[in-house]
Design a protein around this ligand. Structure first.
Ligand code: PLP
Length: 380
């Protein structure tokens, strides 16, 4: 047996998605900017995909721009709003993905913004009273706070954050890479200006994503050299990727309830089996709390062991693919900035199991059995 539990890194392509993409890798090869029939046919496929994505988010097609993925969309939202609107202050959290943290840190380093980090508790829950204070003393801030954390799965309350931002004229961007296709996002019910998606996180292809920009927030070219994507992003479009993204999101939204139920059951089984089979197992952040965390991610903290450093490698040899790490030890360049910000013990290794609709309970049992076999805690 082989068990793939690294779906927060990337998911397998859905065969239905592949089927939708194949014609755009073979017979429909026109350049979408060409005015002839083969070009127009491909242009129509892109615009249909845009309408599909917009419809699923309750947005307008003009509010959707296709990108190379989540990282690019996060960069566009940060650089575009801060530079175009001349914003002088940004608020984020130390628990964000580097796709958000690094652009903001670059802007802080060049002196374009002052950057504030939101406080959180030991479980990674954001301190919204602190957000309110920061917004009150820095109105018109750029705020970037993710929907679900990719390492520990914590869910943030987008409605509450959006309401605070709206009350202080802030521009609110949320990185929804880990929740797109797993939860419904209705932009009419939210008060954010931006959100993002990345197809490979919901059984679509790699290298394609999108940015939702609320109407009025489009800032002109992010990549220069052509008029594609309404002059925002120059370059011939990733046509088969865009077609695959829309198909993958359509399937994810169509099957969401069943998918959620299935994956939550896998996560519950992981929690139950790990707790029964390994002493002193803990769960990082809110990972084990169903109401506070993403159902696809479980972040497991294991007691110190002689094999800590080689744990993921050994799991891989045992045919279990997962990811993880530990909090950075002082002075070390590697390790997880999220676990470090949570104050996790660097001696306790973390394994992140992330699940998808394609996993089974048998695979969960297999993964836990392999881990339990490998795991030899250091004698107290
Ligand atoms: N944001 C989050 C929360 C992610 O988990 C990831 C990918 O792991 C990204 C952004 C980057 O997305 P992409 O791989 O599409 O650039």
């Amino acid at each position: 047996m082989h068990a793939y539990f690294d779906n927060a890194a990337t998911t397998p392509l859905d065969p239905e998605v592949l089927e939708a993409m194949l014609p755009y890798l073979s017979q429909h090869y026109g350049n979408p900017s060409s005015l002839h029939g083969p070009g127009r046919q491909v242009r129509a496929a892109i615009e249909t995909a845009r309408k599909t994505v917009a419809h699923l988010l309750n947005a307008a097609p003009a509010e959707i721009s296709f990108t190379s993925g989540g990282t690019e969309a996060d960069n566009y939202a940060a650089f575009g709003s801060i530079r175009t609107l001349g914003l002088k202050h940004a608020i984020t959290s130390p628990l964000e993905h580097h796709a958000v943290l690094h652009p903001l840190q670059v802007l802080a380093k060049t002196g374009e913004i002052a950057l504030s980090y939101l406080r959180h508790d030991a479980k990674g829950r954001l301190d919204l009273a602190h957000l309110e204070q920061l917004l009150a003393s820095n109105p018109r801030s750029f705020v970037s706070l993710m929907h679900a954390n990719n390492e520990i799965g914590n869910l943030n309350d987008l409605a509450a954050i959006g309401a605070l931002c709206a009350g202080h004229e802030a521009i609110f961007h949320t990185d929804t890479v880990q929740t797109m296709g797993h939860y419904r996002h209705d932009v009419q019910a939210l008060q954010n200006q931006f959100l993002v998606g990345s197809a490979h996180k919901f059984h679509g292809p790699k290298g394609v994503g999108f940015l939702y920009c609320r109407s009025g927030m489009q800032f002109g070219a992010f990549i220069h050299g052509g008029s594609q994507e309404r002059n925002v992003r120059a370059g011939t479009e990733n046509v088969y990727g865009i077609v695959g993204l829309a198909k993958a999101l359509e399937i994810a939204c169509r099957d969401m309830a069943a998918h959620q139920q299935h994956v939550q059951a896998l996560k519950n089984r992981f929690i139950e089996k790990l707790t029964a089979e390994i002493d002193d197992v803990r769960f990082n952040g809110c990972s084990a709390a169903a109401s506070e965390s993403l159902y696809t991610v479980l972040s497991v903290s294991l007691p110190p062991s002689d094999i800590s450093e080689m744990l993921l490698f050994n799991l891989d040899i045992s045919k279990v693919a997962a990811s993880g790490g530990s909090a950075c030890t002082s002075g070390a360049q590697t390790g997880s900035h999220v676990l470090e910000a949570l104050g996790c013990d660097a001696a306790r290794p973390t394994v992140r199991f992330s699940m998808s609709k394609m996993n089974t309970l048998t695979e969960v049992d297999f993964a836990v059995a392999q881990l339990a076999k490998l795991y030899k805690p250091v004698a107290a």
